[in-house]
Design a protein around this ligand. Structure first.
Ligand code: PLP
Length: 485
């Protein structure tokens, strides 16, 4: 070792360390930035206005050999990086699936990162493991699953679906996918198809059946397909039900599907990444009846439980199947192998090193209380109904699917426009809204038609946010009509 190197590493810079005073200063500035974000969000545009060329030039500068003052770095973060994001937590962000988040959970994530919690094993994190077990058990009870059920937190819905499908493949097929077939409606989330691809299924082994007039999986079509596949020597093995589709919020007939799957020996996975949080309130429990009978379930706290990214959850009816699928014990990990009671979450999923996601949910539930969460979810459902009513009161709009689980879809359909003009307007309007910046809706295609979609799950959205958004849509569509003439 070079002389003096050991001494040098004791210096704060090369030990990647700041003095307590500097840490405090930086910490205060970061917290102030976050508070300012929460406080000023409503008065900001939903989407940034930026020059892509300048952005690239500003952010692709080479790294320097020597450090820069933290104030300068933070200034760049504020202006060039965080100043150039679309705000999915904005009260007028109604596109895709919003991410409303909350400040308490943001602080919890800061703590989890600050203590660099390794939440993969009991040995390294007994406290965090107990918190995760408690939160998972709370979800289990919320969805009325039996006490054999268990699960874990993952990065989001895509990984939750992948994890559940891996468990289904292992438990039912011993990982031999040849000739096995998976079924869903054509409204299933794209992450399911991607997950199946990763698990070795080819496209021909996934049947996306045309949804019924309410965008749900049709039991009779499913029965027919399963029988036809069996007759052809295939191995029907799993049904993926949607418990709240991204497009319309529709829910597949879970009770009928679970009865059929039981009779046929099929695994039933419900993708409730978006919708299952609504089990918190009466309306959701009614719509999601039958969820208690699934074999596995995805549910994303980073969507409708107001948690910052990344937080998904997967539950499996028999938690032993998680361990059977994922457990592996190399010699260098033998010290973590304690008793059955002492759960190692690395045995339940893909990640060995994993962060302490459960803390944010736990802390926010403790601070705000269950009632606040229940009311926030109910409010999301009610706001979509307000949007539907407002649209119905205007002459040029047509409701395509009524408000369900916080999502309404609709179309500009002024009688003075031709069908071709209307298609073009319903597609162009999203770009106009982005330019306008006041609020954000998104578009999708239903039965081959361009439609608009509002997802209203942010509890800080007001009725006038909804009203003003629809007024702007109306004005902008009228303008587009005139431009097209
Ligand atoms: C129904 C549904 N499933 C799965 C996903 C994927 O979730 P994530 O983006 O968290 O991976 C989404 C995302 O919107 C979704 O709406």
């Amino acid at each position: 070792m070079e002389e003096g190197l050991l001494m040098d590493t004791m210096q704060s810079d090369t030990a990647l360390q700041l003095s307590a005073e500097k840490m405090r200063e930086l910490g205060h500035q970061v917290v102030e930035m976050i508070i300012d974000h929460f406080e000023s969000l409503r008065n900001k545009p939903v989407s940034p206005k930026f020059d892509p060329e300048k952005l690239r030039a500003d952010l692709r500068e080479p790294l320097l050999e020597h450090g820069s003052p933290v104030e300068l770095v933070l200034q760049k973060v504020r202006q060039d990086i965080l100043g150039n994001i679309m705000h999915l937590d904005h009260p007028r962000f109604f596109a895709f699936v919003p991410g409303p988040s909350n400040f308490v959970s943001v602080m919890a994530d800061t703590l989890a990162a600050g203590f660099n919690v390794f939440a993969g094993t009991w040995l390294e994190a007994p406290g965090p493991t107990e918190v995760e077990l408690a939160m998972i058990d709370w979800f289990r009870q919320l969805c009325s699953l039996p006490d054999t059920a268990g699960g874990l937190f993952v990065s989001g819905g895509s990984v939750a679906n992948l994890t559940a499908l891996a468990v289904a493949r292992h438990s039912r097929l011993r990982d031999q996918v040849k000739d096995a077939v998976v079924y869903s409606s054509d409204q299933v989330h794209s992450s399911v198809e991607r997950g199946l691809r990763l698990l070795g299924f080819d496209r021909a082994q996934f049947r996306k059946l045309p949804s019924d007039d309410r965008f749900r999986l049709s039991l009779s079509d499913l029965q027919h397909e399963v029988a036809a596949d069996r007759a052809a020597g295939m191995i029907p093995f799993c049904v993926v039900a949607s418990a709240g589709t991204t497009n319309t919020g529709s829910v597949d007939p879970l009770s009928d599907l679970s009865r059929f799957c039981r009779e046929e020996g099929l695994w039933l996975h419900a993708d409730g990444a978006y919708g299952a949080s609504s089990m918190l309130c009466e309306e959701g429990r009614t719509i999601l009846r039958g969820i208690e009978d699934v074999d596995s379930l995805s549910l994303d706290p980073h969507k409708w439980l107001f948690q910052p990214y990344e937080m998904g959850c997967v539950l499996v009816r028999d938690r032993r199947q998680l361990k059977e699928t994922f457990h592996s014990m190399p010699e260098y990990l033998r010290d973590i192998d304690l008793s059955e009671e002492e759960v190692n979450f690395c045995d339940y999923g893909i990640q060995l090193t994993r962060s302490f996601r459960a803390l944010k949910l736990w802390m926010s539930l403790r601070v705000f209380g269950l009632r606040a969460f229940r009311e926030a979810v109910s409010r999301g459902i009610a706001l979509a109904e307000v949007a539907e009513e407002t649209l119905r009161s205007l002459p040029d709009w047509q409701i395509v699917t009524p408000a369900q689980l916080g999502i309404v879809t609709f179309r500009y359909s002024a009688s003075r426009c031709s069908p071709k003009e209307l298609e073009a307007i319903n597609q162009k309007i999203v770009a106009e809204m982005i330019k306008d910046g006041f609020s954000m809706v998104s578009s999708t295609v239903l039965r081959g038609q361009n439609v608009l979609r509002m997802c209203t799950i942010n509890p800080r959205t007001t009725e006038s946010d909804i009203g003003e958004t629809i007024q702007r849509l109306d004005r902008l569509c009228s303008k587009l009509t005139l431009e097209d003439k």
